[in-house]
Write a protein that binds this ligand. Structure first.
Ligand code: ZN
Length: 428
C-alpha cells in the first residue's frame, strides 16, 4: 500500500498534477469526466468527476435515483512550496538564480542543499485562445545552497531565513545561455513565443521510502490522506448514500480561492447532483441533513526529541491509527456528535482511533473542514494520520497507518447516514 502511495505522490509534484493523476485513476476505473460549463446528464449507478482550475477535483457515484445523502471525504492537493515568478532569471557574472516567493508556510531549512526540480502549469496561446498544459522537468535543475559554517559561525544556534535573500535557488552558472522558459518550451514541444504565462513551483523530486516501520516522503501532508481516501472511495461497497471524494487546492494559503474549500465548488456539485434526482424543492436540504463529511488532513505526531509540544492526554502516536482532531474554537470541526459517529464507524471496521488536541497554550493550525462549512453545512469530523515535521520538504509518518486510513475510508464510504431527529442518527 505504501509503494502505491509513493507512486501517487511521485505522479503529483504539484496540485495540478495531483488532480490530473487522480482524474486519470478515476477514468481508468470507468468514471466519466464532467465539465462545469456543460449541461450534466447523470445516471443512477454510475460515477463521475469534475475539476476546477485543474487543481481541485470532486468525484462521486450515484447509487440510486432516491439516494439519501452524501458521504464526503475532503483532503487537499497543495503543499507549501516556492513559486517561481514570471520573470524568473536573476543573472550576474557568477550565477543565474531564480526569483521565487513562498507559497504557504514551509520549514525553510529543509529546502536547502537538496536537488530540486520544477513543475506546474504553462498557459500557451492557441489559434482560438488559451490552453493550460502541465509541465514537469522531473530531473534536478535547481538548488538552494546553505552558507558555509565558516562564514556563519552561528548557523547551528537557530536560524532565520529571508525569503528574498536566503531562499533564492541557484539555477546555473553565469555562463549558462539557455533560459528556464526555453527549457520549459522544449519540454512541452511548444514555441517559446507561444508561452503566455506560467504557474511553476520548485519541488523535491526525492522518492518516498519505507524504513523500520516508518515512511518518509515529500508531500505526505496531505497526499497521504488524498491517496487513502481515493483508495477507500474506489473500493467501498454501495450504500443508500452517494459517496463523494473531494480534493481541494489552496488549503495552505487559507482556502479562499475560486477552487478552494471556501469556494462554491462543493455546494455547486452537490446541488447539481441532487437536482438531477430531485422530486421536490426540499430534496437538497434534506440530503445535506442526511450527509456526513470527513475533513482529512494529517496531524502532528508526538515528536521523539520534543515530546513537550504535545498535550499529555491527547498525543497522537505514529502507528496508533486514525487521529480525530479536536479544537474548542472549532478550527477543527469535530464535536461530540461527529466524533461519536466516526468513532463508531471505525470501531465496526476494526480500525484504531486516537484523540488529538493541541496543548492549550498552542494555537496549532487549521484546515479545510471548518472553512467548507460556510458553503455546505453538515456534520463533519476532522481526522488525519500522525506525522513528524509537517511542512518539511521531506516528512515522516507511520507505514502501518496508511492501511488503517484506507480501511477506515473504505468502511466510511460504504455507510449511509440517516438523521432521525436532531441528535439521533442511524448508520445502517
Ligand atoms: Zn495539510
Amino acid at each position: 500500500m505504501n509503494q502505491k502511495l509513493f507512486d501517487y505522490i511521485k505522479a503529483s509534484p504539484t496540485a495540478y498534477h495531483a488532480v490530473a493523476h487522480t482524474a486519470e485513476v478515476l477514468a481508468e476505473n470507468g468514471y466519466t469526466h464532467l465539465c462545469e460549463s456543460d449541461p450534466w446528464t447523470l445516471e443512477a449507478g454510475r460515477g463521475y468527476y469534475v475539476t476546477r482550475n485543474g487543481s481541485s477535483l470532486i468525484a462521486f457515484r450515484v447509487p440510486t435515483a432516491n439516494f439519501r445523502g452524501f458521504m464526503i471525504a475532503a483532503s487537499h492537493s497543495d503543499s507549501p512550496a516556492f513559486k517561481i515568478k514570471e520573470n524568473a532569471e536573476l543573472k550576474d557574472k557568477n550565477y543565474v538564480r531564480l526569483s521565487v516567493e513562498k507559497y504557504g508556510g514551509m520549514l525553510c531549512s529543509t529546502w536547502l542543499d537538496r536537488p530540486l526540480s520544477i513543475a506546474g502549469r504553462v498557459l500557451i496561446r492557441t489559434e482560438e485562445g488559451v490552453r493550460a498544459l502541465l509541465c514537469d522537468l522531473r530531473e534536478p535543475c535547481a538548488l538552494i545552497p546553505n552558507v558555509a559554517i565558516h562564514m556563519n559561525r552561528n548557523a547551528n544556534d537557530g536560524a532565520s531565513f529571508n525569503a528574498a535573500v536566503d531562499m533564492l535557488p541557484l539555477y546555473a552558472t553565469g555562463n549558462e545561455e539557455t533560459t528556464l522558459r526555453t527549457r520549459i518550451a522544449a519540454s512541452l514541444g511548444v514555441a517559446e513565443a507561444d508561452i503566455l504565462t506560467t504557474d511553476l513551483f520548485l519541488y523535491n523530486p526525492q522518492s518516498g521510502i519505507e524504513w523500520n516501520g516508518l515512511i518518509s516522503s515529500p508531500r505526505l501532508d496531505d497526499l497521504q490522506c488524498a491517496f487513502c481516501s481515493l483508495t477507500g472511495f474506489l473500493a467501498a461497497a454501495p450504500s443508500s448514500s452517494a459517496p463523494v471524494y473531494a480534493l481541494f487546492d489552496n488549503e495552505e494559503v487559507g482556502s479562499g480561492t475560486k477552487q478552494g474549500a471556501a469556494s462554491t465548488l462543493l455546494s455547486d456539485v452537490l446541488s447539481r447532483i441532487s437536482e438531477a434526482f430531485a422530486t421536490s424543492s426540499e430534496a437538497y436540504p434534506r440530503r445535506v441533513a442526511n450527509s456526513f463529511m470527513l475533513s482529512c488532513d494529517n496531524a502532528h505526531g508526538i515528536h521523539p526529541n520534543h515530546p513537550e509540544h504535545a498535550d499529555r492526554n491527547h498525543t497522537s502516536t505514529l502507528g496508533g491509527g486514525v487521529v480525530i482532531k479536536y479544537n474548542a474554537n472549532q478550527r477543527y470541526t469535530s464535536d461530540g456528535v461527529s466524533a461519536a459517529i466516526f468513532r463508531l464507524m471505525c470501531e465496526e471496521a476494526g480500525v484504531p482511533v486516537q484523540m488529538y488536541a493541541n496543548r492549550a497554550d498552542m494555537p496549532g493550525g487549521s484546515t479545510l473542514g471548518n472553512i467548507a462549512q460556510t458553503q455546505v453545512s453538515l456534520n463533519t469530523v476532522d481526522i488525519g494520520l500522525a506525522q513528524l515535521a509537517m511542512h518539511s520538504s521531506y516528512e515522516t509518518a507511520s507505514a502501518a497507518d496508511t492501511e488503517s486510513m484506507v480501511k477506515a475510508l473504505t468502511a466510511f464510504y460504504g455507510k449511509s447516514l440517516k438523521m432521525e431527529a436532531d441528535g439521533l442518527y442511524r448508520l445502517k
